[in-house]
Design a protein around this ligand. Structure first.
Ligand SMILES: CC(C)(COP(=O)(O)OP(=O)(O)OC[C@H]1O[C@@H](n2cnc3c(N)ncnc32)[C@H](O)[C@@H]1OP(=O)(O)O)[C@@H](O)C(=O)NCCC(=O)NCCS
Length: 252
């Protein structure tokens, strides 16, 4: 949602945090300065990503990557897409993937996308980040539905929402956008009402805004993180500078 420069209390409330920390991961909005580390991670993982990610078609240059980062930075300013780099909490310079929250599934909904560096798969990182993002998303004032879309053939990806307690809502025929896809898109849904029942699977985390570090409650249905609401109360729109992964579509 774009406030077109008007300070809008609701829209400010809808902005997810800049940084999200879990037990093992730091999710931080990409900035244009991340072009080199992102391109290195994406290029090293190209063969692993190509079957499933429409954007993983060729080896990229840092300049191309920077252009994309500028694009997603603008999308974050609009309030429509929030792309995060996934780093090891123990080494915040080490990129192990990308993920994002995307407002592209209609009113009340937000979609999570993710990819993990080829050298980091199989350790539960995708499940950990998606669990944290699910909680963060459901704490946004306008969101009561979180979705993960993945092709039916992408069994590794489908394991993530399944483990988190998402419900397979439907399977839709879809355009094949990457070579591994079957063209049937699984729509996994977590509704706010159901999240409380599976809250033990939704990963503990805390949200961190610039210069603010505030513990987050474990409740899925509780108040927005203090770091968000505190920032809103002062009526100032914080400048955001970064976002997510190599293309504006992370899933599918
Ligand atoms: C899908 C992806 C994000 C998973 O990342 P990850 O960190 O390895 O995922 P996790 O370790 O959290 O969970 C993967 C689960 O899939 C399971 N899995 C792995 N290979 C599998 C297979 N061939 N068949 C079925 N399940 C499989 C694992 O066992 C694991 O479940 P478990 O924890 O119960 O053992 C990663 O493989 C990736 O980046 N793939 C390419 C990009 C992509 O597909 N993105 C999603 C687009 S919708």
């Amino acid at each position: 949602m774009n406030c077109a420069g008007v300070v809008c209390y609701l829209c400010l409330m809808e902005t997810p945090p800049e940084r999200i920390e879990t037990a093992r991961l730091l999710l931080r909005r990409w900035t244009v300065d991340d072009a080199k580390v992102l391109v290195d991670a994406a290029n090293a993982s190209l063969d692993h990503l190509r079957p499933w990610m429409a954007w993983a078609t060729h080896v990229r240059t840092p300049a191309e990557q920077r252009e994309w980062l500028e694009h997603v930075t603008a999308k974050a300013r609009e309030g429509s897409d929030f792309a995060y780099g996934v780093f090891r909490a123990s080494d915040p310079t080490s990129v192990i993937g990308g993920c994002g929250l995307h407002r592209r599934i209609g009113t009340g909904g937000i979609e999570i996308g993710y990819w993990i560096h080829v050298d980091a798969i199989g350790h539960g990182y995708a499940t950990e980040l998606a669990g944290a993002l699910t909680r963060v998303a459901l704490q946004l004032t306008d969101i009561d539905r979180v979705e993960i879309h993945c092709d039916e053939a992408n069994v590794r990806s489908a394991a993530v929402p399944r483990k988190l307690g998402y419900v397979l809502d439907r399977i839709e025929n879809n355009t094949v956008e990457a070579p591994g896809e079957a063209g049937r898109s699984m729509i996994w849904v977590m509704r706010a009402a159901n999240a409380a029942q599976t809250s033990d699977r939704l990963v503990a985390h805390r949200c961190v805004e610039d210069r603010q570090r505030t513990p987050l409650t474990g409740s899925v249905t509780g108040s927005p993180p203090a770091s968000i609401s505190d920032g809103n109360r002062d009526g100032k729109r914080r400048e955001r500078s970064g976002d997510d992964a190599p293309a504006d579509r992370i899933t599918r």
